[in-house]
Design a protein around this ligand. Structure first.
Ligand code: PLA
Length: 466
């Protein structure tokens, strides 16, 4: 009975209960039947009426009004870090979340970030609210970093840029825009994709479906399948694309394939929607990694681009990113920006300033910008070194003749090992290697010293678990 009441209560926005209200019997639940039922004290599960002589007291019994809320499953990516923390084995290795670690497997704060923070202290910068759209200096440099400062779309002021709560918050804001102004429009996402994409569109109530992307047979891109699915999608769909370093597969289209993808998207009047969470982390070059987005912009297409500074500037917890909407006119860009602000205001009001200042200081200062590029090159280089060593170790240890060279073809922070769920579970349960159950490992959390151990774990899981 309690749970049927709870589900009704949670469905009605007017039905917020306080213990005070229930004890006074003043409950209004917005449902005639329920109100009537609640007034019958005898059947009220929250109130136990005791009568002794002339004194009657109402005592709340220990039944939570959240009884009907079931336990949510752990997050498939961030939940891995929680499980890792709880493991006391000294061999344990966290290859779950994509967070860069040093060769000593310690978290890393970039030197340019420390310098930018010192600058902020020296300048004595204030902490007052930012405008809803974020820090102007940040919005300027973030669009320039993405598109190139001399891009026509920037010169013509056709880009609506709004600072977001990192990549996730920026995607979520764009999803809200789609839900509000393109009712019923579908978003097509790659199969597979970053797990949170589905959550974001589900929560924003935006319908989505998948297009083919990864081909397990070739351990590469299913380009024909992808093109066929984009062609078959309803005209005017949003096509979510990973700008570079596709997560989780580490497989990106070639420049020629990007051109063909753009052809189909244009033919079908689709709207490209880029998620750029790893600019600079795929190749080590910020410009090379933005080539896909720039190619679409150069065709005069309208597009959405979510950006994140979690990985490339290591600003994970600062929650700094942006949503850019490239429009065909200045006027449309101004209107889109005004509506993005309108969506942001009741969600989180305005974004945090700290990370925005760091990005503005680093990207806006030629010396710091060069230092950043060098540090990013170092981080991307370390991951490449680990990737090579893992491949060498696997090839040396696996006597079955299996070809592991696909690992070298993947780019970015991750390797998609091809291990299935049971094999991935064996990696964790037997070898204390924490990773997502789709077989993805974060090479950013691996060092040279642990490559052989990891190779032993992979060879065992691959050959001895089906
Ligand atoms: N888009 C993609 C493709 C991502 O992989 C991630 C992060 C984001 C957006 C959002 O990151 P942000 O909100 O921090 O900017 N993916 C991580 C972390 C690194 C995560 O799942 O939140 C991952 O391990 O897949």
């Amino acid at each position: 009975m309690a749970s049927s009441m709870l589900s009704l209560a949670s469905a009605s926005p007017s039905a917020s209960l306080s213990m005070h209200d229930t004890l006074k019997g003043k409950v209004r639940l917005g449902s005639g039947n329920l109100t009537a039922w609640f007034h019958k004290e005898k059947s009220n599960p929250f109130i136990n009426t005791k009568s002794s002589g002339r004194i009657s007291m109402a005592v709340a019994v220990n039944v939570s009004r959240f009884e009907g809320i079931t336990m949510a499953p752990p997050d498939p990516i961030l939940g891995v870090s929680e499980a890792f923390k709880a493991d006391n084995d000294e061999k344990k290795l966290n290859l779950g979340v994509g967070a860069y670690r040093t060769e000593e497997l310690q978290p890393y704060v970039l030197n340019v970030v420390k310098k930018a923070e010192n600058l902020m202290l020296e300048r004595g910068e204030y902490k007052e609210y930012l405008p809803i759209e974020g820090l102007a200096a940040f919005n300027k440099v973030t669009a320039e970093l993405l598109l190139g400062a001399d891009n026509t779309v920037i010169k013509q002021q056709r880009v609506a840029t709004v600072q977001g709560l990192s990549g996730t918050g920026s995607l979520r804001l764009a999803a809200a825009l789609i839900e509000r102004y393109f009712p019923g429009a579908k978003v097509l996402i790659s199969s597979p994709t970053w797990g949170n994409h589905k959550n974001i569109f589900n929560d924003a109530r935006v319908p989505w479906s998948e297009y083919r992307y990864y081909d397990p047979k070739t351990v590469g891109l299913d380009f024909e399948g992808m093109i066929a699915d984009l062609k078959a999608a309803p005209e005017g769909s949003f096509i979510l694309l990973h700008g570079c370093a596709h997560n989780p597969t580490g497989i990106d289209p070639t420049p020629e394939q990007w051109e063909k993808i753009a052809d189909v998207i244009q033919e079908k009047n689709h709207i490209p929607f880029f998620d750029v969470a790893y600019q600079g982390f795929a190749s080590g070059s910020l410009d090379a990694d933005a080539a896909s987005v720039r190619l679409f912009a150069a065709r005069g297409m309208e597009l959405l681009v979510a950006q994140s500074y979690s990985k490339n500037l290591g600003l994970y917890a600062e929650r700094i990113g942006a949503i850019n909407v490239i429009c065909s006119s200045v006027d449309a860009a101004a209107r889109v920006k005004s509506q993005l602000k309108r969506l942001a205001r009741p969600m989180y009001s305005n974004p945090p300033v700290h990370g925005a200042r760091i990005v503005a200081n680093v990207v806006g200062d030629p010396t710091l910008f060069d230092e950043w590029k060098a540090e990013m090159d170092m981080m991307a280089g370390r991951i490449k070194g680990v990737r090579q060593k893992l491949f060498d170790s696997l090839s040396a240890k696996d006597k079955s003749g299996k070809d592991w060279s696909f690992i070298l073809k993947q780019i970015g922070m991750f390797s998609f090992t091809g291990l299935n769920k049971a094999q991935s579970e064996n990696m964790t349960n037997k070898w204390h290697v924490y990773m997502t159950k789709d077989g993805r490992i974060s090479l950013a959390g691996l060092n040279l010293a642990k490559c052989e151990y990891l190779a032993d774990a992979i060879v065992d899981s691959y050959h001895n678990v089906s």
